[in-house]
Design a protein around this ligand. Structure first.
Ligand code: N01
Length: 538
C-alpha cells in the first residue's frame, strides 16, 4: 500500500457500519478528504459479522433505517416488520452503492494505533496492514457491540468439534442437521438462534447462566397498506422519532403501576405483550424503571407467561428471571424461544446450579455431568461499549493512553469526546444514550452533531477541539447520577461491564433519554461549544 503511506487527509473514519457509512456521507459533503478503515471485507458492521441463524433486528425495519434521505426511504422496500440480517445487509449494500460510500474505505484492515501529534495538531493512524495516515480528525465509528467475547473457560482450546461465536458467524452458514449441539449463553443472540438450531439439530443442550426476560416479536410480513401510510407520513414520523425518549415512537403511560387495579395492570401488560415490541412493556407504567415494587409487577407478568408456555414447571422456573429487575438487562425479542424448551430434543442446563467446569476435547464437563457435542455455539456476547474503542492503542496529548484514562471506567463529555484526546470523536460512545435507543437515530444525531462541529471549526479558524476536564467530570457524574436514580445498576449487565471479568462496574450509556440528550448537545453547540476548549490557527 505505498500510496497510503504517510498520506495526509482531513479525517480518518474507523468502521464502515451504519455509523461509519453515514460519517463518510456527511464529511464528504463538507468537502473533507477522508480515509476509512474497516476490519470486515465489506460494509455493514454488526450486520456483516452477526450472521447466526435467526439474526434479525429488534427495532422495526421502517424505523431501523437511515432518515437522512427522503428519496432513499421512499424507494427502499422492507418486507418484514422486523428485518432479518440478510435483508439489512442488502439495504446497507444498496445505501453504500447509491451514495458511493465504499470509495474511501480500505476493507479487511484493522486500525491498531493512533497517536496525537501536538506539534502538527494531527493524528497519526496505523493499521495491521502497514498504513500510516495523518489526519486532523479521528472519527471512531466502531460500534458498541463489535468486540466479540469468548468465555474464560478452562480447556476451550481442546475442543475437537466445531466451535462458533454468534458475533463471528461463518458466511457460508452452518448446517446443524443431525448433530449434537451445545449453546452457551441466553442473551439476545442465544434467544434468537436457539429456536432455529433446535429445529435442525438432533439434540440441543442450552447452558444458561442468567435467565433473560424476553417478549414475543410477533413478526410478520409488512402490510402494503401500512407501508403506504408510513411512507406518506415518513417525514412527520421521523420528527417524532427524533423527539422521543428512545428513538422510536411509542405511547408511554406515566401512571404508577400500583395506582391501578391488578386487573387493569394485567390488561396493559397483556396488550404490550401482544403488540410485540421491545419498548412496550417497560412503557406500560411510568415507574417500572425506578420502583422495585412496580417493576416486580411487570417481572411477574413475564414469569406467568413463561409458566403458561413451558410444559415442565421446573424448566419454566429455571427460565424465570428472579435475580434482577425487569428490563434492567437488555430485554430480548424472540420468536418461539420459551416454547422451544417443550421440544424432546432440547435440554436446559442451569449453570448456576451446575457450573461448567471445563471444555473437553469432546464437549463440556459440568460439576454434575459430562456432555458430548459435535458443535459448540458461544452466544456469549461482547466487551460492550468500551471494548471497540480500547482495541487500538490510542494515545492523546502528552502520549497519554486511552486505555489508562478509561482504566476505572469510560470518561467522556457527552459521550462524543474525551478530554486530552483532541479532535477524536466517539460515535455513540459511552456516556451517550446509544444502546438504550434505536441505534440509527443515535448514530445520525451524533454524526450530524460532529459534522456540524467540524464545519463550525473550519468557519471560525479553529484547528482543534478538546473537552475541558471540568465539563467532562460534570458529565461523567451526571450519567452516573441518572443511572442511580433507576433500578438499572442492580443488574449484572453488559451495560455495567459486568459480563467481562475485571471490567470496572460503571453504568455506561446515558439514561436521561434521547430527546433530552439531543437538546443538551444542541445547547452546547449553540453556546459556542460550551465545555470544549478550541485551539485557533496561528
Ligand atoms: O450477548 P449478551 P448477546 N458461562 O451479553 C452468557 C444486541 N443484540 O450477543 O447473563 C456461561 O446479552 C451470559 O450470561 P450472563 C443486544 O443489545 C441485538 O446475546 O452474563 N454463560 C448471557 O446469557 C444485546 O443485548 C440483537 O450471566 C456465559 C450470554 O452469554 C447485545 O447485542 C440480537 C458466560 C451473553 O448475552 C448482546 O447480545 C443480538 C460463561 N462464562 C444482539 N459468559 C437484536 O437486534 C457469558 N455467558 C435482536
Amino acid at each position: 500500500m505505498p500510496d497510503l503511506d504517510e498520506r495526509d487527509v482531513d479525517a480518518v473514519v474507523v468502521g464502515a457500519g451504519f455509523a461509519g457509512m453515514y460519517s463518510h456521507h456527511r464529511l464528504r459533503r463538507l468537502g473533507l478528504t477522508i480515509q476509512g478503515f474497516e476490519a470486515a471485507d465489506d460494509v455493514g458492521g454488526t450486520w456483516w459479522w452477526n450472521r447466526y441463524p435467526g439474526a434479525r433486528c429488534d427495532v422495526e425495519s421502517m424505523d431501523y433505517s437511515y432518515s437522512f434521505s427522503p428519496d432513499l426511504e421512499q424507494e427502499w422496500e422492507w418486507t418484514e416488520r422486523y428485518a432479518t440480517q440478510p435483508e439489512i445487509l442488502r439495504y446497507v449494500d444498496h445505501v453504500a452503492s447509491r451514495f458511493d460510500l465504499r470509495r474511501d474505505v480500505e476493507f479487511s484492515t484493522r486500525v491498531t494505533a493512533a497517536a496525537w501529534d501536538e506539534g502538527s495538531n494531527r493524528w497519526l493512524v496505523k493499521t495491521d496492514r502497514g498504513h500510516r495516515v495523518r489526519a486532523q480528525f479521528l472519527i471512531m465509528a466502531v460500534g458498541c457491540l463489535s468486540a466479540a467475547k469468548l468465555p474464560e473457560l478452562a480447556g476451550i482450546e481442546r475442543f475437537a468439534g466445531d466451535m462458533y461465536h454468534t458475533g463471528r458467524w461463518p458466511h457460508e452458514g452452518v448446517d446443524f442437521t443431525g448433530r449434537s449441539v451445545g449453546v452457551i449463553g441466553t442473551g439476545s443472540s442465544g434467544i434468537q438462534s436457539i429456536p432455529i438450531i433446535a429445529e435442525q439439530a438432533a439434540h440441543l443442550t442450552v447452558f444458561q447462566r442468567t435467565p433473560n426476560f424476553s417478549v414475543p416479536a410477533k413478526n410478520a410480513p409488512l402490510d402494503p397498506t401500512f407501508v403506504e401510510g408510513r411512507k406518506a407520513s415518513y417525514r412527520q414520523h421521523r420528527k417524532m422519532m427524533f423527539s422521543s425518549r428512545a428513538g422510536i415512537v411509542i405511547r408511554a403511560n406515566d401512571q404508577p403501576a400500583l395506582s391501578v387495579t391488578e386487573e387493569e395492570r394485567h390488561k396493559r401488560y397483556w396488550e404490550a405483550w401482544e403488540a410485540g415490541n421491545l419498548f412496550g412493556m417497560a412503557s406500560s407504567f411510568g415507574d417500572i424503571a425506578i420502583d422495585r415494587q412496580a417493576n416486580e409487577t411487570a417481572a411477574e407478568f413475564v414469569r406467568e407467561r413463561i409458566r403458561s408456555i413451558v410444559d415442565d414447571p421446573d424448566v419454566a422456573e429455571a427460565l424465570s428471571p428472579r435475580s434482577y429487575p425487569f428490563a434492567t438487562k437488555r430485554l430480548c425479542l424472540d420468536s418461539n424461544y420459551y416454547a422451544t424448551f417443550n421440544r424432546d430434543n432440547v435440554v436446559l442446563v442451569d449453570v448456576r446450579a451446575d457450573p461448567i467446569v471445563e471444555v473437553t476435547s469432546h464437549g463440556l464437563r459440568t460439576a454434575a455431568a459430562d456432555f458430548e457435542f459435535d458443535a459448540l455455539v458461544f452466544a456469549t456476547g461482547f466487551d460492550a461499549m468500551t471494548g471497540p474503542f480500547l482495541e487500538p492503542d490510542i494515545r492523546g496529548a502528552a502520549g497519554r493512553s486511552l486505555r489508562d484514562k478509561w482504566a476505572a471506567g469510560p470518561r467522556s463529555y457527552l459521550g462524543v469526546a474525551t478530554a486530552g484526546f483532541p479532535n477524536l470523536f466517539t460515535i455513540t460512545g459511552p456516556g451517550s444514550p446509544s444502546v438504550l435507543t434505536n441505534m440509527l437515530v443515535s448514530i445520525e444525531q451524533h454524526v450530524d452533531w460532529v459534522t456540524d462541529c467540524i464545519d463550525n471549526m473550519r468557519s471560525n479558524g479553529a484547528i482543534a477541539i478538546d473537552p475541558e476536564v471540568e465539563a467532562e467530570d460534570f458529565w461523567v457524574s451526571h450519567v452516573n447520577d441518572v443511572a442511580h436514580l433507576t433500578l438499572f445498576p442492580q443488574a449484572d449487565s453488559w451495560y455495567m461491564g459486568a459480563n467481562v471479568p475485571g471490567k470496572p462496574r460503571v453504568f455506561m450509556p446515558y439514561l436521561g433519554g434521547f430527546a433530552l440528550y439531543r437538546e443538551i448537545c444542541d445547547g452546547v453547540a449553540s453556546d459556542g461549544y460550551r465545555g470544549f476548549a478550541l485551539t485557533l490557527a496561528d
